[in-house]
Design a protein. Structure first.
Length: 143
């Protein structure tokens, strides 16, 4: 069975999306750990793309092939993942996908969102999610 997952994460404490040898601090690695425990065997997932260290995702698409013996509905799978994943990684949606669906090969696009902060003082609530600008912004050039 092939499942399509919509994943959201705060990448602040991770070394990016992609599993890396010798590191347990990746989004893919964390999801695979939980799925492997639940399936009773190593499980690998595929993501629609990669993110660098510290980058966040609102809706990263991934897919996973699980054995037919994995007797869980899509909603049960989502619930189990969210129960055992760290709180900065959430599975927003899980649905059955066709066997040939591949999150990267079927991706239709990517959208990036950049947040700039133009304040004289530090904002403790947005410091991890905004780029602090100290120079004047050239709005015309940005357009």
């Amino acid at each position: 069975m092939n499942y399509r997952m919509k994943v959201q994460y705060d990448g602040t404490r991770y070394q990016g999306w992609q599993r890396q040898p010798g590191s347990r601090a990746t989004i893919q690695g964390k999801i695979e750990e939980v799925l492997s425990r639940q399936a009773g065997r190593p499980v690998q997932i595929d993501g629609a793309g990669r993110t660098d260290a510290g980058v966040h995702a609102l809706e990263q698409i991934a897919n996973v092939h699980l054995p037919d013996t994995f007797a869980a509905s899509a909603e049960e799978l989502r619930a189990v993942l969210n129960e055992y994943l760290p709180e900065d990684i959430r599975i927003l949606q899980v649905e059955r996908a066709g066997e040939r669906f591949h999150s990267r090969l079927h991706a239709t696009g990517k959208q990036y969102r950049y947040h700039l902060m133009k304040w004289d003082s530090e904002d403790v609530f947005h410091r991890r999610y905004c780029w602090k600008m100290t120079e004047p912004l050239d709005i015309t050039g940005m357009r």
